[in-house]
Write a protein of this length. Structure first.
Length: 249
């Protein structure tokens, strides 16, 4: 499996390929492979400079900069300083022409700051989106919340995988993989409480969880659902379409 750093480097190389293909700053006069290879090197060097400096600034500036974005911006600014010396150096080594490091620094720094800042902002947005997605995946769904509230009405020793429940006068007989329990609750209230949970009403007095159905069978022309605990649940004509539309076979 590809690591995060390897993935980041691949993205950086991709950015270098794209910028090199555009051949900015008068580099369109050079062969395309020269422009592309130069910008790939610059982008990789930039990653090796920006990544550790931003990471350290994010950690060390937390006592006086509360915002993560502010700490990253500070790191990008600091990283642009050594990068503004390295760009002329890489240019000298790559093209073999001498440059004045001091004078070129002031010419390169604004461009380095802007390019580094843009890449940093894009990275921050990507990081934020990844974190938000992770939070959404970790957050309980509405159906999970409904199930938890319903099971909380049962004794602890009876809480488990929900199979079904049936109306029993003024009570509700709830079946789980831990057994069954009589609950003082109206059938309709229980159905409403599990509105978004993957289950269905099969009879005027029966409700089943779809995941609990092991098979569908017929006895004397009557359709029955056999649950994982071998409980037989009747399916009335009124709710036969519910079963068919649920995909239960």
């Amino acid at each position: 499996m590809i690591t995060q750093k390897a993935y980041d480097l691949l993205v950086v190389v991709g950015v270098g390929l794209f910028v090199g293909f555009l051949s900015p700053f008068g580099m369109d006069a050079l062969p395309l492979y020269v422009s592309i290879s130069y910008w790939v090197i610059i982008c990789v060097v930039g990653y090796l400079v920006y990544h550790p400096i931003i990471d350290q600034c994010d950690k060390r500036c937390s006592p006086f900069l509360a915002s993560h974005w502010q700490r990253v911006a500070m790191g990008a600014f600091v990283a642009s300083i050594p990068m503004s010396f390295l760009v002329p150096l890489v240019t000298t080594l790559y093209f073999g022409k001498s440059v004045s490091m001091a004078s070129d620094f002031f010419n390169v720094f604004p461009k380095t700051l802007v390019i580094g800042g843009v890449i940093t902002i894009v990275s921050l947005i990507k990081e934020t989106l990844v974190e938000q997605q992770a939070q959404l995946e970790q957050s309980p769904t509405i159906s999970d919340t409904q199930l938890s509230k319903f099971l909380a009405l049962l004794p602890v020793e009876k809480r488990g995988q929900l199979y079904a429940f049936e109306s029993a006068d003024h009570y509700l007989k709830v079946y789980t993989d831990k057994g069954h329990h009589l609950l003082l609750m109206r059938f309709k209230d229980a159905v409403d409480m599990l509105e978004d949970y993957p289950g269905l009403q099969t009879h005027r007095s029966w409700w089943v969880a779809i995941s609990a159905v092991a098979q569908v069978t017929k006895e004397n022309r009557k359709t029955l659902l056999i649950l994982e605990n071998n409980l037989k649940v009747p399916v009335s004509k009124t709710y036969a379409d519910n079963v068919k539309n649920s995909g239960i076979h």
